[in-house]
Structure formats: C-alpha cells, structure tokens
Design a protein around this ligand. Structure first.
Ligand code: ZN
Length: 194
C-alpha cells in the first residue's frame, strides 16, 4: 500500500492519496493470523518514533504480512517480527554472555534473563526472573541475524520462553518510554512556568 501524507497541524497529517499495491487476503482465512497482524501493526505504531521513516521496519512488516498470507505459523511469525523490530531499533538484548560480568554460558545450558538489565544474567550477578533454554537462546540469536520468517511451528517450550521474555522486554520498554514522555512533558511545563 502506498499512502501520501502531507504534514498538517501538530501530529495530524492530511492523507492525500492511498493506493493498494498488494493485499493479503490469505490472512483472512485464519483468526490467529488476523490477531497476529493486528498485534504487529500495534507494536510498530507503539515502537516507532512519530513521523520518522523506518524503511527497514516497514519492509520487515510487509515480509511478515506476506508470511502470514502464505500460512506461516502466526505466533512464531509475530515473535520473530518482535525480535527483528527490537534489533533494528537498537534494543536487542545481550544473549551470548552475562550482561553483568561477561561470562559466556556453558554450551547446552539454560540461562536466566532479565529485561531491565538488558539480557542474560549469570547466577553470580544475581540471575533473572525468566529462564531461556539453550535452544530458545540459539533460536533468538538466529532471529536477530536473519530476515527469514519461520515456516514451521517451534517446540512449545521454546515458543513460550521467547514469548515471556519478549513480554518482559515490552513491559520494561513501555515503562521507560512512559517515564521519558512524562519527564519531557514536565520539562516543557517547567520551561513554560519559569
Ligand atoms: Zn555475570
């Protein structure tokens, strides 16, 4: 879809023209796919700074819709997109070593994960609330470095662990951005009143 926008007043823009280059009818065949598409668009709306061009994120979103259209497993595709968007925006968690001391986890061992600290944390550094199995860690690191979307479902435990860790990251980033917005708003307020 192409949309032509003209800057308007404040955060609103005039929509000049919209043309549909490609539609994704296949998504409408599955409720899971419809849900995943909605969640992805909400995620991108939340994450992206307003009025900034993020071509890479837009391309990733289009590839994601194409994958859903072609019957990719919906939840796996959505989780992969979430990982991709975090990586592209510079919020990829550290998964190959402890964020505290840099210790590399033993191969084949699970690690604990802590979103506020930005990745995996070894026991000596306090650990984290969530566990990522060795397979989940490997899967996530692979997702950070590829634009491919999954064609097959993942084992349940892997999917659940990646889902929970992404949720924790999401909740953490949401609090941080609310705090930043509040700080920015109170800064504006102070400069108005001083
Ligand atoms: Zn450590």
């Amino acid at each position: 879809m192409h949309a032509q926008l003209r800057p308007g007043r404040g955060e609103l823009a005039h929509l000049d023209r919209v043309s549909v280059d490609r539609s994704f009818h296949g998504i409408l065949r599955s409720l899971d796919a419809i849900g995943a598409a909605g969640a992805a668009l909400a995620l991108i709306r939340e994450r992206l700074p307003e009025q900034e061009r993020e071509t890479a994120v837009f391309d990733a979103a289009v590839r994601f819709l194409e994958a859903l259209d072609e019957d990719a497993p919906a939840e796996e595709a959505l989780l992969s997109l979430q990982v991709r968007v975090l990586t592209m925006l510079g919020f990829a968690p550290t998964l190959d070593r402890c964020v505290g001391c840099g210790k590399v986890p033993s191969p084949g061992k699970a690690a604990s994960f802590d979103a506020p600290r930005g990745g995996i944390v070894c026991r000596a550094c306090g650990g984290g609330r969530l566990v990522l199995s060795a397979r989940a860690l490997r899967r996530w690191m692979m997702l950070q470095s590829t634009t491919e979307l999954p064609k097959e479902p993942w084992p349940e435990l892997e999917r659940q662990q990646i889902h929970d860790a992404l949720d924790q990251l999401d909740a953490y980033h949401a609090t941080v951005s609310v705090r930043e917005r509040t700080a920015a708003a109170s800064g504006r307020w102070e400069s108005r009143t001083s």
